[in-house]
Design a protein. Sequence first.
Length: 315
Amino acid sequence: MDGSSRPSELIVADRPFFASKERLDDSQALSSRSFAYGDLSVGRYRRDRPGLGLGQPNPISAMFMAVVILRPVPGHASWHDGCAIDIPPLGIGALACRDLRQSVISDISYPFDSFHAFMPQSAFDEVTSELKRPRIERLNCPPTVEHRDVTMYHLAHALDPLLAKPGEATSLFADHVFTAMVAHLAVTYGGLNRGDVWPESQDRRGMLTPLQERRATSRILDDLAGDPSLSELALLCGLSRSHFVRAFKQNTGLPPHRWLLMQRVKRAKTLLHDTKRSIADIALECGFADQSHFTRVFSKMFAISPGAWRRQREE
């Protein structure tokens, strides 16, 4: 089986609007096309030298850009729709939110390392529509104040492996983190009630029905090498993505991306024990990017490599 033939909703995103890739020391970006109401892109961009200067203006679109600072930056000037704004010094973990319905230009004369999430307005509309709450028109995150956001900092780092090795990522994992980002920003800066988004108490009424659970798990098990999205699984159950994730975890004890990974490993162990097929072939059949990806996942779970595990069973 050719691992490159595995369908995926993850694609390499365009360069950052503010600079060409040639002017950056590192640029890693991806976009998920599986969001029902629009693409969501993320990227990590780094420049180790000063002197980039004025960035290019953003394309005007109904989108928010959330920037997590990964290297401290000094105070600098920025222009929003032509109005000058003084941005204060920002430390590691600071969050800047920009409304890209406005033209945003910044003086980027300093070295930087930052994570960017580009979130369409429609992603927030989906959340408020499900909860029957007023539309989020803006994120209350003024650029003249430093906002430390530990949650966004950790979510950004959760995507580091995906950005570094996109072939090893699943749409379920990416969408899980993307959905968590949208929900967090909607609650923290958009005015949504935390209890609406993350109910403190769960009961059986929040679980999948047996039919819904069977539809979702069968879709995954029937094609372990496939790459279903949250939107696809949620649609099979007639639920929104966020509702589906909560209910699926209630039923199985794991979020969908972790459950998928466990099923892949379980199937791989069966093939390792019952067949003489190569580890590379087994890895691809079970949905891993390659043998090295499978070996890393297996070794992390069981503290032993697949080859050593197989040899133990043969003794």
